[in-house]
Design a protein around this ligand. Structure first.
Ligand code: ZN
Length: 182
């Protein structure tokens, strides 16, 4: 499984509205596996298909093992892999509800290396999607995972975190460098 090339904003694919996935074939399964490997290798906590030049509505994200963000899951739980966490694969996702207060969080993006930004987003979401087998799923989550999923969701509409950030700065100018990239 190859690690895929992650594109930057100079590539117009990153700014396109991505198309719905209609075919669940071997090509799609291979792309999903390659995206998971690419996310882990980066390392990042989320990766959307447009970031690897595939303009389709698909992203992968992973929940760190120590997180308690995931609640009320209407989907079979994927296993936690040691050191990698639980990987979510979401196809044709739709955020059906925002839940809770708006909160500010610091984000980064594998397509915009070296930069961080403070983005205000709703703390929780309910998201409907298809899993990699094409089965309908629904996930209710809040906190860090909800932020990651909203960031990835934006990628499918050509929106980058720098569009929404109140403040963007170079990561090497920051004291703390623990922010994860997605
Ligand atoms: Zn991103």
């Amino acid at each position: 499984m190859p690690v895929l090339k992650i594109i930057h904003p100079s590539n117009p694919v990153l700014r396109k509205k991505a198309a719905q996935v209609t075919v669940f074939d071997t090509g799609l399964q291979n792309l999903i596996d390659d995206m998971i490997e690419t996310m882990q290798a980066a390392p990042g906590v989320g990766l959307a298909a447009p970031q690897v030049s595939e303009s389709i509505r698909l992203f992968v994200a992973r929940l760190e093992e120590d997180s308690v963000d995931e609640i009320d899951v209407d989907a079979p739980k994927q296993p936690m892999a040691p050191g990698l966490g639980r990987t979510h694969v979401m196809i044709n996702p739709k955020i059906t509800r925002f839940v809770g207060e708006d909160v500010v969080g610091t984000e980064a993006c594998l397509s915009i290396p070296g930069f961080l930004g403070d983005v205000t987003r709703p703390n929780g979401i309910i998201i409907k999607y298809l899993d990699r087998q094409g089965q309908r799923r629904k996930l209710r989550t809040h906190g860090w995972l909800a932020r990651v999923l909203q960031h990835e969701y934006d990628h499918l509409d050509g929106i980058l975190f720098i569009d929404k950030a109140e403040k963007v700065w170079r990561s090497d100018s920051e004291k703390h460098t623990e922010t994860e990239q997605n």
